[in-house]
Design a protein around this ligand. Structure first.
Ligand code: BGC
Length: 728
């Protein structure tokens, strides 16, 4: 217990000085305690209190299972948080507060669309706003630190964790990931209502073989850096306080034991100043990987590689004292890890405000502003894929509408996976939301028996059929081998189609599903992801035209599993057989990638329709040649040719035709959401410079290479309006 104020307790001193002062006062055991994250579940309460008193708890994870994203979690126990904190602050020798972490992935109580859905909005401001609301709700419940954003690029929809990221593109993921970091942390994370962020899962977790979560991955350094590392570079630049080292084994090393990835790439090259937390049990799993003999060996390898804090397995506190005495770990590395953790605690203002004001907790939940953001974000995440004969938007009177399918009345399912604190009864189901929105219309539903559903469709003028996935087949450890819709839904859809009643299909799913059969049978198709607390209302807003759809696919929609992996920014290849772009080089001598499948996807990256019609024309470029460190401005005229207002996500793609290493056929390098009234036009401009044009080449640097560049502006990765420039 301390009485008079010591230098590290003085908020007027610079953080570096406070860290230095505190570090000098710490015993070895106290230092190791700071690197220890313990579970806060009930079984461990007594133990945690004893450990906190001895200064052995650096952090508590307010969660209780390894399969956290899919199982109900204990609520963050508000009083218990304060009790343990009091022990740490008042009864431990140095009074170092504990940092409480929890997974707040896409909302706390107010649930926003799954991150993959948020990505479809292409709207960093709104995504930032959502993270800000999530941080406010979570911090009012004692959470200091969230394990988000998840920045893993995913190219395989079998992988259940594709829901947690922003899709297949590094540029979009970087922009939205940085927005989430800003939303969680603000300019100053010590401000009330903010939490520290954690960029995860470093690195290339999405490469798991066959889409099997936790499986090993192989990835060249070239792709590792140009694709998977980019979002982490952006998060570090945005000041993200922490990074999580992944579970998996990549290129022959478990990441949590990889000095190359954690120290050389992340800390030295990217200049990351925060701390690295290992994922749940990732340190001891190195034994299972066959990369460590036992707990002691795993602890030595993880710390030496660059892990600063160990999640839940306690091997650092148990073994590193002996390891230091034996010369197996470096004292300076240990101090560096402790300093990084302390810096984050000072950054969060924990020494000044360690306790939670429990009276604020309830009133901070589900505020009208948070709900409004959730509704707008969900609305903007909806992707209209088909709208034959302008069936949508539906009129609010004069028709009988049947609302069918397994998710028509769903509430909890609309929230998606990785929701600990959301409550199903907060969610307005799609059928209820439609009723709220169009009180004059007559809606019918039916039990989920084929005959009942068919009869309801027969008696209606339009059938809205809500299909898709249960969150139980998405998220951590929930992969699927067959991407088709569950068979009963295919049967239902076929039966409804045979009634002849026009079908509007709404797909609520956690991944891009190859929905060819739905496209054939439904006149209109709206891809809704798992849209969150306000998702039902957002869907009603779009179906009735109170909002105009503007979402765009953040991931390619394959025709079939056999095409996977399929992504827009592939390499050309020597015989151009990839064929994603139907209008690029025709296939060589008629060679096609498959005998039994087309080359093109169902829908390309960036695709999404509107209720109005947008056109692109008149591309212009301010200079035809630039030096490597200069910038070029490219613009195009966007025109709303339709009769109603709408928003278009204008996208800018670049191709570096010849490089010292091969470059993708196209890469997204800019996007902007533009709203236009009927017959309005706007010139939309993008600036391209070193940041957009550089890439990691074999010299080990991220640089711009001279040569010819193509640039296109349009509404998807198929943008056709293009021009060129030279870099000299
Ligand atoms: C997941 C992480 C998560 C952690 C803590 C792990 O199983 O991979 O994403 O942050 O658990 O709940």
């Amino acid at each position: 217990m301390t009485t008079s104020r010591l230098p590290y307790q003085d908020p007027r001193l610079p953080t570096a000085e406070r860290v230095r002062d505190l570090l000098e006062r710490m015993t070895l055991s106290e230092k190791l305690g700071q690197l220890n994250q313990v579970r806060a579940d009930q079984a461990g309460v007594a133990l945690v209190r004893t450990q906190a008193k001895a200064g052995l708890v650096g952090s508590r994870i307010l969660a209780s299972t390894a399969f956290a994203g899919n199982e109900a979690q204990l609520v963050a126990e508000l009083e218990e948080n304060n009790t343990v904190q009091r022990i740490a602050c008042d009864e431990s020798r140095l009074g170092i507060p504990i940092l409480n972490g929890r997974d707040v992935i896409h909302g706390y109580r107010t649930i926003f669309p799954i991150p993959l859905g948020q990505a479809a909005s292409f709207d960093p401001e709104l995504v930032e706003q959502a993270a800000k609301h999530a941080a406010a709700e979570a911090s009012a419940h004692g959470v200091h630190w969230t394990f988000a954003p998840m920045l893993d690029i995913a190219r395989d929809p079998r992988w259940g964790r594709i829901i947690e990221g922003c899709g297949e593109d590094a540029y979009l993921t970087s922009a939205l990931g940085a927005a989430m970091v800003r939303g969680f942390q603000g300019v100053d994370p010590s401000e009330p209502g903010r939490v520290l962020a954690c960029a995860k899962h470093f690195l290339a977790y999405g490469t798991s073989e066959g889409g099997r979560d936790y499986a090993s991955g192989e990835c060249s350094d070239h792709t590792l850096r140009n694709v998977y590392l980019e979002p982490f570079r952006a998060a570090v630049r945005a000041g993200c306080a922490t990074v999580m080292s992944a579970f998996h084994n990549i290129n022959g090393e478990p990441v949590s034991g990889s000095h190359y990835l954690l120290t050389r790439v992340l800390k030295d090259e990217l200049g990351f100043q925060g701390f690295v937390i290992s994922d749940w049990a990732a340190v001891t799993e190195m034994i299972v990987h066959g990369a460590a003999e036992n707990d002691a060996d795993a602890a030595v390898k993880a710390l030496t590689a660059g892990v600063d804090m160990e999640m839940v397995t306690g091997t650092f506190v148990a073994h590193l004292e002996a390891a230091l005495a034996n010369g197996q770990i470096d004292a300076a590395r240990l101090d560096d890890a402790v300093a990084r953790v302390l810096r984050a605690k000072f950054q969060k203002g924990l020494f000044e405000r360690p306790y939670l004001d429990t009276t604020r907790a309830t009133s901070s939940l589900l505020s009208p502003a948070a709900r409004a953001t959730a509704r707008t974000l969900a609305t903007r995440s909806l992707v209209l894929l088909k709208n034959q004969d302008s069936l949508l938007p539906l009129a609010k009177e004069g028709r009988r509408i049947a609302v069918l399918g397994p998710l028509a009345s769903a509430q909890g399912e609309l929230m998606g996976s990785w929701v600990f604190d959301g409550v199903a009864s907060d969610v307005t189901s799609i059928v209820d939301a439609l009723g709220e929105s169009a009180p004059k219309l007559k809606f019918s539903t039916a039990p989920l028996m084929l005959d009942a559903q068919v009869q309801a469709a027969q008696r209606a003028d339009v059938a809205i059929v809500v299909l898709g996935e249960s969150p139980l087949r998405t998220g951590e450890a929930n992969n699927i081998a067959d991407l088709s819709l569950p068979r009963d839904q295919e049967v239902l859809l076929e039966a409804l189609y045979r009634t002849g009643t026009p079908i509007v299909a709404v797909i609520a799913a956690g991944r891009p599903l190859p929905i060819g059969s739905v496209l054939e049978r439904a006149q209109a198709v709206l891809y809704a992801w798992h849209p969150g607390t306000e998702g039902g209302r957002a869907i009603a807003d779009v179906l009735f035209g109170d909002a105009c759809p503007s979402g765009k696919l953040p991931v390619t929609l394959a025709r079939s599993l056999g095409q996977v992996p399929i992504f827009y920014n592939h390499k050309n290849g020597g015989r151009a057989v990839n064929g994603y772009y139907p209008f690029f080089a025709p296939t060589h001598h008629g060679i096609r990638p498959y005998l039994d499948e087309l080359a093109t996807p169902l829908f390309p990256f960036g695709f999404g329709l509107s209720y109005t019609r947008f056109g692109y024309s008149d591309i212009s470029i301010d200079r035809s040649e630039i030096a490597r460190d200069e910038r070029v401005k490219v613009s195009a005229l966007l025109t709303n040719h339709g009769e109603r207002s709408g928003a278009e996500v204008v996208q800018c793609y670049v191709r570096d035709y010849v490089g010292s290493v091969t470059r993708p056929v196209r890469e997204l390098k800019g996007f902007r959401r533009v709203e236009l009234g009927p017959a309005e036009s706007a010139r939309v401009e993008f600036e391209l410079g070193p940041d957009e044009l550089a890439f990691w080449n074999n010299s080990g640097k991220r640089e711009v290479e001279p040569g010819r560049f193509g640039v296109w502006i349009g509404g998807s990765a198929y943008a056709e309006l293009g021009t060129e420039f030279q870099v000299r």
